[in-house]
Design a protein around this ligand. Structure first.
Ligand SMILES: O=C[C@H](O)COP(=O)(O)O
Length: 316
């Protein structure tokens, strides 16, 4: 799909009406086609030689996440230890991309990841609902950045988006991006609440036009989280956005991804949709709280021919 960007981007994003014209002018998503394509790619089998690479890549792109009300500094410390050394018995296992926590736990993660390339990501902007004043969302973002977050995962205001108040969503993302300073901004669309693939495409473009470094599917707190067809639509959007603007934006499916088989399906989807430029932690992440152990088990099975069993690894 080629999307012609309006020649005067500032004008095209300057009002609700202009944004609506642009976003509703995007080609509609062929729902049946997107679902069939995602299902077809999900059946691709990976040969043994490529499987080790795929498992290691899946580990390298994980945002190892804990986002529970009952999170404690001890749990985050343990998660950081796991991020640094996923399998203490096997130093060849790569480290994950990032550890993702609530803002108040950023200092703990920062301290326990010091000296490593592992990023500290923090949700912000009244995650997961996004229901707060803009002032509060900006303060939330600034707090997390001041505490040392390298990456901010913000949620969009789905109520405003679904009511067609596109400019409000656009300006809010812009303001949060400003508050991020040097931290990278991931914009969570919460696709399970957007109702249609067309809305997923529109929200993806809106977030990218507003300055998102990454677009992310879900908070993990809403029933329908990451799916292959939704991620396909988002991967098409980043591919087309780069073709139109020259700027590359990353993609992060998150929520409900728990098995190595699923993770590899996402990697195949990335390769076949956006292309191999995206097969790197700089451009693709998987947000997951309970995926790493299955990747470690499958990796060990590949190396030794037998499973170590889930008790062998520390809890995700
Ligand atoms: O951003 C990441 C998600 O909250 C993780 O969801 P999950 O617990 O279903 O893996």
């Amino acid at each position: 799909m080629t999307t012609a960007l309006p020649s005067d981007l500032a004008q095209a994003t300057g009002s609700d009406a202009a944004l609506r014209r642009f976003l509703h002018g995007l080609p509609g998503v062929d729902q049946v086609g997107a679902e069939a394509r995602a299902a077809q790619l999900a059946t691709r089998s990976i040969k043994t030689s490529a499987k080790q690479y795929a498992l290691d890549l899946a580990i390298r792109v994980i945002d190892l996440t804990t986002l529970e009300g009952q999170d404690t500094p001890g749990k985050v410390r343990a998660l950081c230890a796991k991020a640094r050394r996923p399998d203490p018995s096997d130093p060849s296992v790569p480290q994950v991309a990032a550890v993702c926590v609530y803002p108040d736990l950023v200092p703990v993660a920062k301290q326990h990841l010091a000296g490593t390339p592992i990023k500290v990501a923090s949700v912000a902007t009244a995650f997961p609902s996004g229901r707060a004043s803009r002032q509060v969302k900006i303060a939330d973002t600034r707090d997390a950045v001041a505490a040392g977050a390298d990456e901010i995962d913000m949620v969009i205001d789905r109520g405003a988006f679904l009511a067609g108040r596109y400019l409000q969503v656009f300006e809010e993302i812009r303001a949060v991006k400003d508050a991020c300073g040097d931290a990278h901004l991931k914009v969570i669309l919460e696709t399970g609440e957007l109702a249609t693939y067309d809305n997923v495409r529109r929200a993806s473009w809106l977030a990218m036009l507003a300055g998102a470094d990454f677009i992310k599917t879900s908070t993990g707190k809403v029933q329908s989280a990451a799916t292959l067809p939704v991620t396909l639509v988002m991967l098409e959007a980043v591919r087309d956005f780069r073709a139109a603007t020259g700027r590359q934006v990353g993609v992060k499916p998150a929520g409900g991804i728990r098995t190595a088989k699923d993770a590899i399906r996402y990697l195949v989807l990335v390769n076949e949709t956006a292309g191999e430029d995206w097969l790197d932690p700089a451009w693709f992440r998987i947000g997951a709280s309970s995926l790493l152990n299955d990747l470690l088990m499958q990796r060990q099975k590949l190396a030794t021919g037998r499973y170590a069993g889930p008790d062998y690894f520390t809890l995700d």
